[in-house]
Design a binder for this molecule. Structure first.
Ligand code: ADP
Ligand code: MG
Length: 352
């Protein structure tokens, strides 16, 4: 900690805080932007610890994700969208586990106190939190490079959690929503692809404001055998299920030929109309290995097909069947003519 004077106050008030840029200190900041009345928590922001009252008999699901500027988001992103995404990626992990969100903590490293940024960030963050009745109960705030780390807590009945290790030979494989849009948006940001303004806006929104599939995860509890959320690319993340379950998979690509519809609500599923405009090879690459989709990839027994459709319907989430689990290890991708595709798809790896 160091002392300084506030650059904004006429009286040049001394500032005793790790943020020396103005007289809004760390505690004012927390109170203004992150402290809200407690709902379910026994004790929220403001003391040494938060106190949560878990539902008796439930298992607690816990997951952390860190977002680093330049690595996980562009420095120019709208702060409200960033607040949304920071929580969304954590809720997506709870969804993939079939857990219902209850609370989260926020560890924030900020280069400076920027009230416009904090206003937007906290608004986007708390809006999504409210939608899921998941309350911010504590955290830490420090000065440093922009870095956002959230730990989310959820609940799931014992035995109901969707795990990576339970895929069974013969299971159908499904993916929710649409995949590949976030990757397409990133390519446009990088100048490697061009899109008309409306299409760009739609894929950019998918990249910046992913939808955590909480309702689908809950609806799949007693139906799916295994699940994972797609953060690094569909094939790569499916690979984690295969490895943990000691099985293989055959993926079909007919669902990439056009933007499909599912059920009677006719929502686009599998790939978006925007992705469907791309040449086949790009479509394949972005949908199968794109990353940042935050959709659920899951497996379920063939006899549960009706129940999967019902879960999709009930949760208002499109779902596409994309392949099946095989006894033969390895991941085979078939082209629409039924021939194996031999090219490799690189998944996103932070240390690659
Ligand atoms: P301590 O010194 O005990 O670590 P802090 O001074 O870091 O406590 O934080 C004070 C209170 O504010 C604590 O209840 C903490 O959980 C909460 N808090 C700190 N930063 C944040 C944040 N970014 N979001 C929500 N709560 C926060
Ligand atoms: Mg602290």
């Amino acid at each position: 900690r160091y002392s300084n004077v506030c650059a904004r106050c006429p009286e040049q008030r001394p500032v005793e805080t790790q943020f020396a840029l103005n007289c809004m200190g760390e505690f004012d900041l927390i109170t203004r932007y992150f402290k809200r009345p407690s709902q379910r928590a026994v004790l929220g922001v403001g003391d040494d610890c938060a106190l949560l009252a878990p539902t008796p008999g439930m298992h607690m699901a816990v997951s952390s994700d860190m977002l680093v500027e330049g690595r996980h988001f562009l420095s120019t992103v709208d702060p409200a969208r960033l607040g949304h995404k920071a929580l969304a990626v954590n809720l997506s992990d709870l969804a993939a586990c079939g857990a219902e969100p209850t609370a989260f903590t926020l560890a924030l490293s900020l280069p400076r106190i920027d009230e416009v940024w904090l206003e937007g960030f906290s608004e986007g963050l708390l809006q999504l939190a409210n939608e899921h009745h998941c309350e911010l109960v504590g955290g830490d705030t420090t000065q440093g490079p922009l870095n956002i780390c959230i730990t989310a807590f959820g609940e799931v009945p014992p035995g109901d959690a969707l795990l990576r290790q339970n895929a069974q030979v013969g299971d159908d494989i499904y993916v929710s929503g649409t995949v590949g849009d976030a990757r397409l948006a990133l390519e446009v940001f990088r100048g490697l692809q061009t899109l008309d303004a409306k299409s760009f806006e739609s894929v950019r929104t998918r990249m910046e404001m992913p939808t955590p599939r909480i309702a689908l995860g809950l609806a799949l509890r007693a139906i799916a055998n295994a699940a994972i959320d797609v953060s690094d690319g569909l094939l790569g993340d499916l690979g984690h299920i295969l490895q943990r379950s000691q099985v293989g998979a055959q993926i079909d690509t007919t669902w990439l030929q056009q933007s499909n519809t599912f059920g009677e609500d006719a929502q686009a599923a599998g790939i978006s109309p925007t992705l469907a405009q791309l040449p086949w090879n790009k479509r394949l690459e972005f949908a199968l290995a794109g990353g940042d989709d935050y959709e659920l990839c899951f497996t379920a027994p063939v006899h549960q097909r009706e129940m999967v459709h019902a879960a999709a319907w009930e949760s208002n989430t499109p779902v596409t069947r994309i392949g099946r689990i095989t006894e033969a290890q390895g991941l085979v991708v078939m082209d629409p003519e039924g021939q194996p595709i031999t090219r490799r798809f690189a998944s996103f790896d932070h240390f690659a």
